[in-house]
Design a protein around this ligand. Structure first.
Ligand SMILES: O=P(O)(O)OC[C@H]1O[C@H](OP(=O)(O)OP(=O)(O)O)[C@H](O)[C@@H]1O
Length: 607
């Protein structure tokens, strides 16, 4: 849209994204279309607190949501004496993405936005990885350009999908509160507007919109929610489901804010915080960790009676806060962890210390509960001590020798790229989702179940190379039933960016599985396409029984039904590496599983 001499809002002759037709002038001198007016009002409200001269950026994909925000910002900014620019993120997911990004940037310039930049943030083809990479790139650019705010085009429909996905995963009030209208520099002006309104606004302004094909690709859980689940809910339960979900989220967000404030107050008066001290090492993240990154783990203590007197919703938050402060990662710390610590208060029966993510340990001594930070060395390890087993796990083993010895048995086969596999984190890791000690405990638990289920029989473990190599190594040594091992190597082929479900055998089994009790061992089930094909193939070879053990599963990403008897961890649909899982063949030797930093994704991107 070009500014008219009178500062009006007519769209001008815009060169659209590559291959699209230019926008044409429309509605000169008339009241704006209601959809255009609604988006402008939302954007105006979102920047109402900014001072003249401040810079607002819009993150624009070229889709109708973000494009309508870009056009509204171009209209609102000069009237508020704000500066307004546009950022386009190119994930490099298809050959045309760079050209398309340049087209969107050009459209931004035609709209009168400055500065306009294309940011390259290559990410694996996963919703979570793309979101992380995008967020990192946008925040870095905003910082560099000195922007006060970055506007994002999430609508009420996006919010409803987010809430539904989180509901299905089993989430608390904070998470069911959905996306926040304001989240640091990021602001979401459209959370109360429908997707149909943004499209109508673009149509009214003759803006050439791009429809991202991944939005309708059923490989992505969000696309399935959008195109199948929500329409089904509307058909069965009546219209207005999206609005109801978004309204519920807004109400829950307010409740969660109030509970968080109450929990912060309760933490301040109930927690006795001992800062880390002593030589050696310290917790890796969190305020207490930050206070003394080079000293031994700190401690947060509570009186049992004080915790018992708190309402459960506050008590859980207080304990969670203590674990986070000592270095547990927010995404790895699950409700089950907090419940286990709460049981030290509410169902005390002499439990062992409770291991939490990040090497944090909660224990009860008489009438006190203490959470202790890890004593693992921070990355990079200072010396040879850093190459031993994760010392937090080792500390735990000293107290509880029931935990699988596989924690200490992890081979030290670290590559120079990956660093020592026993380290608690790595510079290329954004967030540790599952720690080495959690994996070890889970393998022990799964092995006990398999032992019980196969008592009196012999198992043939079939490992799927290469990813399952670590699970095979640790699981096989934790099992006590007689077993033999076979390996298969398979490769999906078809389009280079998505699994077609058609699989090629790169290495077949060495022996027949006819009449054998076969347990397929997988590192991860993502779309489920590899496993679905593999099971069909193995079933045709006449095994006596055929079951699957997978250490990780992404429930939001699964596209085909596969019957998996043993699952270690359900994880979000972010792209993860470590413990056998690779990105461009790297990171398999990490002893934990986590997401990559945008910089690492960029650096290791396949040539
Ligand atoms: O559920 P899906 O979407 O089919 O993905 C799961 C498969 O992907 C990974 O293998 P990959 O093809 O990356 O090979 P690798 O094991 O050699 O890393 C993993 O080991 C599974 O076999």
């Amino acid at each position: 849209m070009t500014r008219s001499a009178t500062g009006g809002d007519q769209p001008g002759a815009a060169a659209g994204p590559a291959g699209t037709s230019p926008a044409q002038p429309a509605r000169a001198g008339r009241a704006p279309d209601p959809a255009v007016a609604a988006v402008r009002l939302a954007v105006r409200n979102a920047v109402a607190d900014l001072d003249p001269g401040e810079l607002v950026l819009v993150a624009c994909s070229g889709g109708p949501d973000s494009l309508s925000v870009a056009a509204a910002l171009a209209f609102v900014a000069p009237r508020r004496a704000l500066r307004a620019g546009l950022l386009v993120v190119d994930h490099g997911w298809d050959p045309g993405s760079a050209e398309r990004a340049r087209g969107v940037a050009e459209l931004g310039r035609v709209l009168g936005l400055r500065p306009v930049e294309v940011l390259t943030a290559h990410a694996p083809r996963s919703e979570g990885a793309a979101r992380d990479a995008r967020r990192g790139a946008l925040l870095a650019a905003a910082d560099r350009l000195g922007a006060r705010v970055v506007l994002i085009g999430h609508t009420l429909d996006d919010q409803a999908e987010t809430v539904l996905l989180r509901l299905a995963r089993g989430s608390g009030a904070r998470s069911l509160g959905g996306m926040r209208p304001r989240d640091g520099l990021l602001r979401r002006p459209l959370l109360r507007l429908r997707r149909a309104q943004t499209r109508a606004a673009c149509l009214a302004e003759r803006l050439p919109v791009w429809d991202d094909p991944t939005n309708s690709d059923p490989v992505f859980a969000r696309a399935r929610v959008r195109h199948r689940v929500l329409p089904l809910l509307e058909a069965e339960l009546g219209p207005g489901i999206a609005e109801s979900l978004a309204r519920g989220a807004e109400l829950l967000r307010a409740d969660a804010d109030a509970l968080d404030t109450a929990a912060t107050d309760a933490y301040a008066v109930t927690a006795a915080v001992t800062a880390p001290g002593g030589p050696g090492s310290g917790p890796r993240t969190g305020p207490i960790a930050a206070a003394a990154a080079d000293s031994t783990g700190g401690e947060v203590g509570f009186g049992v009676a004080t915790l018992a007197a708190l309402p459960a919703a506050i008590r859980g938050r207080v304990l969670r806060r203590a674990a986070l402060d000592l270095g547990a990662s927010a995404s790895a710390l699950r409700a089950e962890h907090v419940w286990a610590v709460e049981e030290l208060v509410t169902r005390w029966r002499g439990q062992k210390p409770v291991p939490l993510p990040g090497g944090v340990l909660a224990r009860r001594w008489a009438d006190r509960i203490t959470l202790t930070g890890p004593v693992a060395p921070p990355w990079p390890p200072a010396g040879p001590a850093g190459r031993g087993p994760d010392s937090a796990a080792a500390a735990y083993l000293e107290e509880d020798d029931q935990v699988s010895q596989s924690t200490t048995a992890t081979p030290d086969a670290g590559s120079p790229q990956d660093g020592p596999p026993v380290a608690a984190t790595h510079p290329d890791i954004d967030e540790v989702l599952v720690t080495a000690d959690e994996i070890a405990a889970k393998i022990a638990e799964l092995a006990a179940r398999v032992d019980a289920d196969y008592a009196g029989r012999e198992i043939l473990l079939v490992g799927v190379l290469k990813g399952a190599v670590m699970v095979m190594a640790d699981l096989s040594r934790a099992l006590t039933v007689p077993l033999t091992m076979e390996f298969m190597a398979v490769s999906s082929y078809g389009s280079s960016t998505s699994s077609s479900g058609v699989v090629r055998i790169l290495k077949d089994l060495d022996r027949s599985i006819e009449g054998r009790d076969v347990l397929v061992v997988e590192d991860i089930i993502d779309s489920g396409l590899t496993l679905s094909w593999l099971l069909k193939n193995l079933r045709s070879r006449g095994p006596a029984s055929l079951e699957v053990l997978a250490l990780f599963r992404k429930p939001e990403a699964i596209t085909v039904d596969v019957d998996v008897r043993y699952v270690g961890f359900d994880i979000p649909s972010a792209f993860v590496v470590g413990y056998g899982l690779d990105y461009s063949e790297y990171y398999r030797t990490l002893s934990f599983v986590g997401t990559l930093t945008p910089a690492a994704i960029e650096r290791r991107a396949p040539a």
